[in-house]
Design a protein around this ligand. Structure first.
Ligand code: GDP
Ligand code: MG
Length: 601
């Protein structure tokens, strides 16, 4: 297809504003999906995506469309719809999907109005210089207020309220008109057809039968089925086994040229060899310069994952090896914890990424896991000039520390006017610094904060929701790092540090952390033959203390003589219990105590 007859676009929306439903209607209207095979959320292929109603991996689909009404009636084009992941952890993937498009449909629920993710995605679209069509969705709802929100949307992007297209993804109302407008308003792709080939990878997915499937958008030149391709970030050369387009299943093609979107298969078995953002060129006639914007995925949040049953350790390792094939951002290495045994320290893009991996390990691989409290990555400058990266609090340097850097995020919070005070209080309590505030309308406010990432990954989102009765929304993106007054707090049982509970926290929050964990453990750990002090300490300085009083454990005393079989049962039970005990120094701790203490912190 010549570029003039191609339109590449994405749909950007806050979660639940109807992106998947609208995509379904488009697939139906363009007759790409057979009506008998249509199912809701057709493009959300992973089970977790379907259940949670979120898109984790982006997808692309090619749809032929002939303009039905207006000035270009009868014109036939190829629409490539590129679906973007819908969550903050995947900002980089979103930005690459947007970079593969010329236009973005900005979809807003007509009963909800603009939300934080709408704004964050709009900013990304603007950075990528996309043409934006504002669309109000769900106009079939009785609660829809299209007039009000058209006003808001027009104000935001600088157009007229009449320019906002009104649709219902559910009933299909207005969707053909939207497709016509996509053809009319979005620019056709431009590129140099004679230049050496350059295609940008916007997604790559591991398929057990075919190996890695790489999704690309061709910027310049042409890739043919017989070519040998070269990845520009690594220089690796691969034989092409197949190229094609997705419509909505994979369909082989002879070539992909300027402006086209499709897939490549090379037989590579690991998505790390086909990285999002990288440039693909042809080995015989390579491009000199890669396309801009490539970044290595960088884990932002670390957590220890341990099998509850120690004998599952090899199974956990195999499962991680398998998931890694499909996830270039997942990193892990073996780690041993005195409290939890053998496990892995894993790095994730963010909390949702962590949850998704943990859930897949439990569901797809049948593993029962315990994860330690997540922490961010710290950079510690030592006195004398050396600098260390700390991904695990128990590896925090013990020598003299000059300063500590922690990662920060730029957060966008959208809230009704009434809750501005509550939101500000929450953000300030989390060491946030207000960067700006705008009224989207008389009663809705956008607040922009810089916050430490560490303060967001605990229960920030839940707190925000509960303090605003669910009305506020949040989005954020990484924004570098800052120097902060941070300390490592250790939790000691009878004088021995319990590695799983060490945490790096702000100096002002060390006491609260120490007392909370100490109090929790005091309740969870049974009495021993001797008195056990629980202490929270910064270095040698104890900042909080609880005590578990001694007890003489005489279980048989409870059975007033008599029943011998009952006594035996009791003894056996106690033996069973012992097996699940972990020794921390001289103290016996049931594994459940660690699990309970970690799961609520
Ligand atoms: P996404 O998170 O943006 O992909 O949103 P979904 O497409 O999953 O839609 C979220 C919810 O809104 C689902 O329950 C849909 O059935 C519903 N929904 C989507 N579009 C419409 C619409 O046009 N009208 C109505 N009434 N409901 C809709
Ligand atoms: Mg969706």
């Amino acid at each position: 297809t010549v570029p003039a007859h191609i339109r590449n676009f994405c749909i950007i929306a806050h979660i639940d504003h109807g992106k998947s439903t609208l995509a379904d209607r488009m697939l139906q209207l363009t007759e790409v999906v057979d009506p008998r095979q249509m199912r809701a959320q057709y493009l959300d292929r992973m089970d977790i995506e379907r259940e949670r109603g979120i898109t984790i991996k982006s997808q692309a689909v090619r749809m032929p469309w002939t303009v039905r009404e207006g000035e270009r009636t009868g014109e036939s084009v190829i629409l490539n719809m590129i679906d973007t992941p819908g969550h903050v952890d995947f900002t980089y993937e979103v930005s690459r999907s947007l970079a593969a498009c010329e236009g973005a449909v900005l979809l807003v629920d007509a009963a909800q109005g603009i939300e934080a993710q709408t704004l964050a995605n709009l900013y990304l679209a603007m950075e990528n210089e996309l043409h934006v069509i504002p669309v109000l969705n769900k106009i079939d709802l009785p609660a829809a207020q299209p007039e009000k929100y058209a006003e808001e949307l027009a104000h935001l992007i600088g157009c007229q309220p009449e320019d906002c297209i009104r649709v219902s993804g559910k009933t299909g109302l207005g969707v053909p008109y939207l497709l016509d407008e996509i053809v009319r308003q979005f620019p056709a792709p431009v590129g140099d057809a004679d230049a050496p080939a350059r295609a940008m990878i916007f997604d790559s997915v591991y398929d057990i039968y075919r190996g890695v499937v790489t999704y690309v958008r061709v910027i310049d030149g042409r890739i043919e089925a017989r070519d040998r391709i070269k990845m520009m970030s690594t220089g690796a050369v691969h034989e092409l086994l197949e190229i094609g387009v997705i419509s909505p299943e994979m369909v082989k093609a002879g070539a992909l040229s300027v402006g086209e979107v499709g897939y490549l298969i090379t037989g590579v078995k690991d998505v790390r060899q086909s990285r999002v953002g990288d440039t693909v060129t042809i080995n015989q006639r390579p491009a000199r310069e890669a396309l801009g914007g490539y970044k290595d995925p960088k884990p932002m949040v670390y957590s220890g994952l341990y099998p509850i049953d120690g004998s599952d350790y090899p199974a956990l390792r195999d499962a991680l090896d398998k998931l890694k094939l499909n996830d270039a951002a997942l990193v892990y290495e073996p780690e041993t914890s005195a409290a939890l045994g053998f496990g892995f320290r894993c790095g994730f893009l963010g909390l949702l990424h962590l949850e998704i991996i943990a859930e897949r390990l439990e569901r797809e691989f049948n593993l029962d896991l315990i994860s330690t409290a997540p922490n961010v990555v710290y950079r510690v400058d030592l006195e004398g000039g050396a600098s260390v990266v700390v991904t695990n609090p128990s590896e925090y340097p013990t020598g003299k520390i000059h300063q500590v850097h922690e990662p920060t995020v730029k957060a966008t919070v959208l809230t009704p006017n009434d809750y501005v005070g509550a939101v500000m209080e929450l953000c300030q309590g989390r060491r946030g610094v207000l960067q700006g505030m705008d009224y989207l309308s008389a009663d809705r406010v956008e607040l922009r904060y810089t916050l430490p990432l560490a303060e967001i990954i605990f229960d920030f989102f839940d707190q925000l929701k509960s303090k605003t009765k669910g009305y506020a929304s949040l989005d954020y993106e990484p924004s570098g790092e800052q120097v902060s007054d941070l300390v490592k707090v250790d939790i000691l049982l009878h004088g021995d540090a319990v590695d799983a509970f060490s945490a790096i926290v702000h100096k002002d929050k060390a006491y609260a952390y120490g007392t909370t964990i100490a109090a929790k453990l005091q309740k969870l750990i049974p009495r021993q033959q001797f008195e056990v002090p629980i202490q929270a300490a910064i270095g040698n300085r104890v900042i909080a203390r609880e005590t578990i009083r001694a007890i003489r454990k005489d279980v048989l005393a409870k059975c007033y003589g008599g029943d011998i079989s009952r006594k035996r049962k009791l003894l056996e039970k106690q033996k069973e219990g012992k097996k699940r005990m972990k020794m921390v120094g001289r103290v016996e701790v049931p594994q459940e105590a660690f699990i309970a203490a970690l799961s609520t912190s």
